[in-house]
Design a protein around this ligand. Structure first.
Ligand code: GSH
Length: 220
Protein backbone atom coordinates (compact mmCIF):
# COMPACT_ATOMS: atom_id res chain seq x y z
CA UNK A 1 0.00 0.00 0.00
CA UNK A 2 1.37 3.40 -0.84
CA UNK A 3 1.51 6.38 1.43
CA UNK A 4 -0.60 9.39 0.44
CA UNK A 5 -0.27 12.91 1.77
CA UNK A 6 -2.76 15.75 1.46
CA UNK A 7 -1.06 19.07 2.07
CA UNK A 8 -1.30 22.78 1.34
CA UNK A 9 1.31 25.19 0.02
CA UNK A 10 2.58 27.55 2.72
CA UNK A 11 1.11 25.48 5.55
CA UNK A 12 3.86 25.02 8.15
CA UNK A 13 2.16 21.87 9.45
CA UNK A 14 2.06 20.35 5.97
CA UNK A 15 5.71 21.27 5.55
CA UNK A 16 6.54 19.16 8.61
CA UNK A 17 4.95 16.05 7.07
CA UNK A 18 6.68 16.66 3.72
CA UNK A 19 10.06 17.08 5.42
CA UNK A 20 9.59 13.81 7.30
CA UNK A 21 8.60 11.84 4.19
CA UNK A 22 11.50 13.24 2.17
CA UNK A 23 14.04 12.78 4.96
CA UNK A 24 13.06 9.15 5.26
CA UNK A 25 13.13 8.81 1.46
CA UNK A 26 9.64 7.32 1.48
CA UNK A 27 7.69 7.17 -1.77
CA UNK A 28 4.29 8.84 -1.43
CA UNK A 29 1.42 10.06 -3.54
CA UNK A 30 1.23 13.82 -3.16
CA UNK A 31 -2.15 15.58 -3.13
CA UNK A 32 -1.77 19.34 -2.95
CA UNK A 33 -5.06 20.90 -1.85
CA UNK A 34 -5.93 24.42 -2.94
CA UNK A 35 -7.00 26.45 0.09
CA UNK A 36 -8.51 29.13 -2.16
CA UNK A 37 -10.90 26.53 -3.60
CA UNK A 38 -11.69 25.19 -0.11
CA UNK A 39 -10.51 21.75 -1.23
CA UNK A 40 -9.50 20.96 2.36
CA UNK A 41 -13.22 21.14 3.28
CA UNK A 42 -14.38 18.70 0.56
CA UNK A 43 -16.46 15.68 1.67
CA UNK A 44 -13.46 13.41 0.98
CA UNK A 45 -11.17 15.53 3.16
CA UNK A 46 -13.74 15.86 5.94
CA UNK A 47 -14.23 12.09 5.94
CA UNK A 48 -10.51 11.74 6.70
CA UNK A 49 -10.14 14.76 8.99
CA UNK A 50 -13.41 16.17 10.35
CA UNK A 51 -11.53 19.36 11.24
CA UNK A 52 -10.93 20.00 7.54
CA UNK A 53 -7.25 20.74 8.02
CA UNK A 54 -4.06 19.54 6.44
CA UNK A 55 -1.77 17.66 6.56
CA UNK A 56 -3.52 14.30 6.33
CA UNK A 57 -1.57 11.08 5.80
CA UNK A 58 -3.11 7.85 4.53
CA UNK A 59 -1.33 4.51 4.66
CA UNK A 60 -3.61 1.84 3.27
CA UNK A 61 -6.76 1.99 5.39
CA UNK A 62 -5.09 3.96 8.15
CA UNK A 63 -5.59 7.72 8.22
CA UNK A 64 -3.53 10.03 10.42
CA UNK A 65 -3.84 13.79 10.88
CA UNK A 66 -2.14 16.36 13.13
CA UNK A 67 1.42 16.93 12.00
CA UNK A 68 3.08 15.70 15.18
CA UNK A 69 1.04 12.49 15.11
CA UNK A 70 2.12 11.98 11.49
CA UNK A 71 5.78 12.33 12.49
CA UNK A 72 5.34 9.75 15.26
CA UNK A 73 3.44 7.36 12.98
CA UNK A 74 6.06 7.54 10.22
CA UNK A 75 8.83 7.01 12.75
CA UNK A 76 7.23 3.92 14.26
CA UNK A 77 6.39 2.46 10.87
CA UNK A 78 9.67 3.35 9.12
CA UNK A 79 12.25 3.70 11.91
CA UNK A 80 15.34 4.42 9.82
CA UNK A 81 16.57 7.14 9.83
CA UNK A 82 14.91 8.01 13.12
CA UNK A 83 13.07 11.27 13.77
CA UNK A 84 12.85 10.82 17.52
CA UNK A 85 16.40 9.70 18.27
CA UNK A 86 17.93 6.33 18.95
CA UNK A 87 17.91 6.38 22.73
CA UNK A 88 15.28 7.15 25.37
CA UNK A 89 17.31 10.21 26.35
CA UNK A 90 17.35 11.56 22.79
CA UNK A 91 13.61 10.92 22.46
CA UNK A 92 12.99 12.75 25.72
CA UNK A 93 15.05 15.76 24.66
CA UNK A 94 13.56 15.92 21.16
CA UNK A 95 10.03 15.84 22.61
CA UNK A 96 11.01 18.44 25.19
CA UNK A 97 12.38 20.84 22.55
CA UNK A 98 9.20 20.33 20.49
CA UNK A 99 7.01 21.06 23.53
CA UNK A 100 9.05 24.14 24.39
CA UNK A 101 8.63 25.45 20.85
CA UNK A 102 4.90 24.73 20.79
CA UNK A 103 4.27 26.23 24.24
CA UNK A 104 6.57 29.22 24.30
CA UNK A 105 7.28 30.26 20.69
CA UNK A 106 4.68 29.08 18.23
CA UNK A 107 1.74 31.29 19.28
CA UNK A 108 3.92 34.40 19.14
CA UNK A 109 5.33 33.49 15.73
CA UNK A 110 1.79 32.81 14.45
CA UNK A 111 0.60 36.11 15.89
CA UNK A 112 3.33 38.06 14.09
CA UNK A 113 2.66 36.25 10.81
CA UNK A 114 -1.08 36.85 11.13
CA UNK A 115 -0.71 40.55 11.89
CA UNK A 116 1.73 41.10 9.02
CA UNK A 117 -0.13 39.05 6.40
CA UNK A 118 -3.79 39.52 7.29
CA UNK A 119 -4.58 42.01 10.05
CA UNK A 120 -2.21 44.89 9.33
CA UNK A 121 0.33 46.31 11.74
CA UNK A 122 -1.42 49.63 12.37
CA UNK A 123 -3.35 49.70 15.64
CA UNK A 124 -1.81 46.44 16.89
CA UNK A 125 1.54 47.65 18.13
CA UNK A 126 0.97 46.55 21.73
CA UNK A 127 0.31 42.91 20.81
CA UNK A 128 3.12 43.01 18.25
CA UNK A 129 5.59 44.23 20.88
CA UNK A 130 4.52 41.45 23.24
CA UNK A 131 4.83 38.78 20.54
CA UNK A 132 8.19 40.19 19.36
CA UNK A 133 9.63 40.13 22.83
CA UNK A 134 8.58 36.50 23.47
CA UNK A 135 9.66 35.42 20.01
CA UNK A 136 13.08 37.08 20.33
CA UNK A 137 13.68 35.43 23.67
CA UNK A 138 12.86 31.99 22.21
CA UNK A 139 14.97 32.73 19.11
CA UNK A 140 17.92 33.44 21.41
CA UNK A 141 17.38 30.08 23.13
CA UNK A 142 17.34 28.32 19.75
CA UNK A 143 20.42 30.32 18.66
CA UNK A 144 22.28 29.14 21.78
CA UNK A 145 21.40 25.51 21.10
CA UNK A 146 22.52 25.76 17.48
CA UNK A 147 25.75 27.57 18.36
CA UNK A 148 27.09 24.34 19.85
CA UNK A 149 25.41 21.76 17.62
CA UNK A 150 24.49 21.36 13.95
CA UNK A 151 20.94 20.28 14.79
CA UNK A 152 18.48 21.25 17.48
CA UNK A 153 19.03 18.00 19.37
CA UNK A 154 22.12 15.82 19.16
CA UNK A 155 24.09 15.02 16.05
CA UNK A 156 21.24 14.18 13.70
CA UNK A 157 18.40 16.00 12.00
CA UNK A 158 15.30 15.14 14.03
CA UNK A 159 11.62 15.84 14.60
CA UNK A 160 12.69 18.89 16.62
CA UNK A 161 14.22 20.48 13.50
CA UNK A 162 11.18 19.46 11.46
CA UNK A 163 8.74 21.10 13.88
CA UNK A 164 10.64 24.37 14.32
CA UNK A 165 11.94 24.97 10.78
CA UNK A 166 8.70 25.75 8.91
CA UNK A 167 7.56 28.27 11.54
CA UNK A 168 10.83 30.18 11.27
CA UNK A 169 10.73 30.12 7.47
CA UNK A 170 7.14 31.39 7.50
CA UNK A 171 8.08 34.27 9.77
CA UNK A 172 11.10 35.22 7.62
CA UNK A 173 8.85 35.12 4.58
CA UNK A 174 6.23 37.37 6.22
CA UNK A 175 8.96 39.83 7.24
CA UNK A 176 9.82 40.36 3.57
CA UNK A 177 6.56 42.30 3.22
CA UNK A 178 7.05 46.03 2.73
CA UNK A 179 4.77 46.88 5.65
CA UNK A 180 6.92 44.78 8.00
CA UNK A 181 10.00 46.96 7.51
CA UNK A 182 10.23 48.17 11.10
CA UNK A 183 9.92 44.64 12.51
CA UNK A 184 12.31 43.30 9.90
CA UNK A 185 15.01 45.74 10.96
CA UNK A 186 14.87 44.43 14.52
CA UNK A 187 15.48 40.84 13.44
CA UNK A 188 17.41 40.90 10.21
CA UNK A 189 19.89 40.37 8.74
CA UNK A 190 19.61 36.92 10.21
CA UNK A 191 23.26 36.08 9.36
CA UNK A 192 24.40 38.93 11.61
CA UNK A 193 21.84 38.68 14.42
CA UNK A 194 21.27 34.91 14.56
CA UNK A 195 24.25 33.38 12.74
CA UNK A 196 23.77 29.85 14.10
CA UNK A 197 20.11 29.83 13.01
CA UNK A 198 21.15 31.12 9.58
CA UNK A 199 23.68 28.27 9.19
CA UNK A 200 21.07 25.73 10.39
CA UNK A 201 18.56 26.98 7.78
CA UNK A 202 21.18 26.40 5.07
CA UNK A 203 21.84 22.92 6.47
CA UNK A 204 18.16 21.99 6.31
CA UNK A 205 17.90 23.44 2.79
CA UNK A 206 20.79 21.21 1.73
CA UNK A 207 19.04 17.99 2.81
CA UNK A 208 18.19 15.61 -0.04
CA UNK A 209 14.56 16.04 -1.08
CA UNK A 210 14.25 19.49 0.49
CA UNK A 211 13.24 21.06 -2.82
CA UNK A 212 10.18 18.79 -2.94
CA UNK A 213 8.99 20.27 0.35
CA UNK A 214 9.39 23.95 -0.55
CA UNK A 215 6.01 25.72 -0.81
CA UNK A 216 5.36 25.86 -4.58
CA UNK A 217 3.62 29.23 -4.51
CA UNK A 218 6.70 30.79 -2.90
CA UNK A 219 8.65 30.13 -6.10
CA UNK A 220 6.34 32.37 -8.11
N1 GSH B 1 -2.45 21.13 14.71
C1 GSH B 1 -2.59 20.86 13.31
C2 GSH B 1 -2.79 22.17 12.56
C3 GSH B 1 -3.18 21.95 11.10
C4 GSH B 1 -3.64 23.27 10.48
O1 GSH B 1 -4.07 24.19 11.18
N2 GSH B 1 -3.54 23.33 9.17
C5 GSH B 1 -3.97 24.54 8.47
C6 GSH B 1 -2.97 24.92 7.41
S1 GSH B 1 -1.51 25.56 8.16
C7 GSH B 1 -5.28 24.28 7.79
O2 GSH B 1 -5.48 23.23 7.21
N3 GSH B 1 -6.18 25.26 7.85
C8 GSH B 1 -7.42 25.20 7.17
C9 GSH B 1 -8.55 25.71 8.00
O3 GSH B 1 -8.37 25.97 9.18
O4 GSH B 1 -9.63 25.84 7.44
C10 GSH B 1 -1.37 20.10 12.80
O5 GSH B 1 -0.33 20.13 13.48
O6 GSH B 1 -1.46 19.41 11.77
Amino acid sequence: MSLELWWGSGSPYSWRALLALEYKRLPYVSHQVQFAKQEHKSPQMLSMNPRGRVPVLKDGDYVCFESLAILHYLDRKFPDPPLFGRTPEEAGTINRVISEYEWYAEDHIQKLIYVILFQGIEGHMEEIERAMSHMLSEARTIETRLASSDWLVGEQFSAADIVVFPGIQMLLRALERREAQELRERLLPIDANFPAIARWIKRVEALPGYDNTYPPHWRK
